[in-house]
Ligand binder design. Structure first.
Ligand SMILES: Cc1cc2nc3c(=O)[nH]c(=O)nc-3n(C[C@H](O)[C@H](O)[C@H](O)COP(=O)(O)OP(=O)(O)OC[C@H]3O[C@@H](n4cnc5c(N)ncnc54)[C@H](O)[C@@H]3O)c2cc1C
Length: 420
């Protein structure tokens, strides 16, 4: 996938900048705003990219890319300004000016960070927002089939067979298992329903004969498969109805829909059936928490674990995601739901990696260690760094020391520039 930049020009720069400058009382912010035009190309006026709290659109620009309502409350710290870069020179100017005037920068692309680190800080900060730079070229040609099979009875047996085969299937096939609490057939009881979601880069006939040999317990049939172009399968993963136009991919987000908290784990041994039964019981206690089990294997296992920062490759079976979503406002609800997911995560300790108990960096989780907003403590960083990156963490520290020795780019789980 190639990403290139879209440039949008603006013409009303001087007027807007002088309006926003007049409205600010923070001296660092004023200096920052004055610095921006001096450090960006006049042919791409930066003034149209700047939103301060004095701007009527500030709140909507801030909120559009907040994905988690946990970080959209009256007490959530807000940025002093948002620079919605329209050109790469705006990115450079924001970094140079924030650095020279002592403001922290939080960089936001999609705003999907589970812990809101791209748009929240406890110290005075500005957001460098990248949402205008969003032109993407993709290959539309590939044909794909996917499977959605939901099973309630005998689910443990099917899940057990899935554990044995899912990491060793054809490289073109990915099957995720998603256990969730559901109503049982007797009124008032609860059970576990396991959904299997798959993506196969090929035709459904090939998939069915492969599955009949390797994963017969799933009982896959032609009617479970839908053939579509790869680009259309991205809508399926987003739970959009089959047939939705791919034009929806161009829509801006609708803003945060719910509060949520997620956690992760890695599994490197098949979980026995009796343990699975215990896990399902724990899940029923932790409702409405749900889990995703994602197989590793395939192309991921062929890449050496030192080739990129991501180390969880050959030898790993599954990456787990735990997630809990809620809509009730207030700290009481937040505390209750977060306790549920933490208890579930604690109870899973016997079945997952140990020393360290590893985690997936994309599923950001501040419970596994964090530093204050404005400093990066090496001992703390080692806690989360070894879980996310294993041995690659120390190599990342070396790189960080070379490219950002002053530790200007930082957040609660960033990489420190040196050992101490
Ligand atoms: C609904 C949902 C579904 C998800 N599904 C998956 C999934 O299937 N698989 C998966 O792996 N992950 C998934 N994630 C997690 C997601 O991949 C991570 O949250 C990822 O970091 C999101 O990137 P972003 O640009 O949207 O986030 P942001 O919140 O904008 O940024 C994430 C982090 O990267 C930094 N950053 C952003 N842009 C830049 C930049 N240009 N330069 C330097 N630093 C930058 C931010 O400061 C922040 O620290 C999902 C998240 C959500 C909310």
């Amino acid at each position: 996938m190639k990403v290139s930049m879209t440039v949008i020009l603006s013409v009303f720069s001087a007027l807007l900048l002088s309006v926003s400058l007049a409205a600010n009382s923070d001296p660092s912010l004023d200096k920052f705003l004055q610095c921006l035009p001096d450090n960006s190309l006049p042919s791409y006026p930066i003034s149209e990219a700047i939103y301060t709290t004095a701007n009527p659109s500030f709140e909507s620009v801030l909120q559009t890319y907040i994905n988690n309502r946990r970080f959209l409350t009256p007490t959530t710290p807000k940025p002093l300004a948002i620079v919605t870069a329209l050109h790469e020179s705006h990115v450079q100017a924001t970094v140079v000016c924030a650095k020279s005037h002592g403001l922290q920068v939080r960089i936001r692309s999609g705003g999907h960070d589970y812990e809101g680190l791209s748009y929240v800080s406890e110290v005075p900060f500005v957001i460098l927002d990248m949402f205008n730079l969003r032109s993407i070229d993709i290959d539309l040609a590939s044909e794909t089939a996917w499977v959605d099979r939901t099973l309630e009875e005998g689910a443990t047996d099917i899940f057990y067979q899935w554990q044995q085969v899912s990491t060793e299937l054809d490289k073109e096939l990915f099957i995720r298992a998603m256990p969730q609490v559901a109503n049982g057939s007797v009124e008032g009881t609860k059970t576990i329903r396991i959904s299997f979601y798959g993506l196969f880069l090929g035709q459904s006939g090939t998939l069915i004969s492969m599955m009949n040999k390797r994963f017969p317990k799933l009982g896959l049939q032609q009617s479970d498969c839908i053939e579509m172009r790869w680009i259309e399968s991205t809508l399926f993963w987003f739970d959009l109805p089959n047939g939705t136009s791919i034009d929806v991919l161009l829509n801006r987000p609708r803003g945060a829909q719910s509060f949520y908290k997620s956690k992760s784990d890695y599994v490197n041994h098949i979980v026995p059936k009796e343990a699975l039964e215990r896990i399902w019981k724990m899940m029923i206690k932790a409702e409405p928490m749900w889990m995703q089990w994602n197989p590793i294997g395939g192309r991921m296992s062929e890449i050496p674990d030192t080739a990129t920062p991501f180390p969880h490759r050959a030898g790993y079976l599954f990456k787990l995601q735990y997630s809990i979503n809620w809509r009730e406002e207030g700290t009481e609800a937040t505390d209750r739901y977060i306790s549920l997911i933490r208890e579930m995560h604690d109870a899973m300790a016997p079945y997952v990696t140990k020393f360290p108990r590893e985690a997936f960096q994309n599923y950001r989780d501040l419970d596994i260690g964090s530093s204050p907003s404005n400093q990066t403590n090496f001992e703390e960083a080692k806690e989360y760094g070894l879980k996310y990156f294993k041995g690659n963490f120390l190599r990342l520290v070396k790189v960080k020391g070379m490219v950002d020795p002053d530790n200007f780019f930082k957040h609660e789980q960033s990489i420190p520039p040196r050992w101490a």
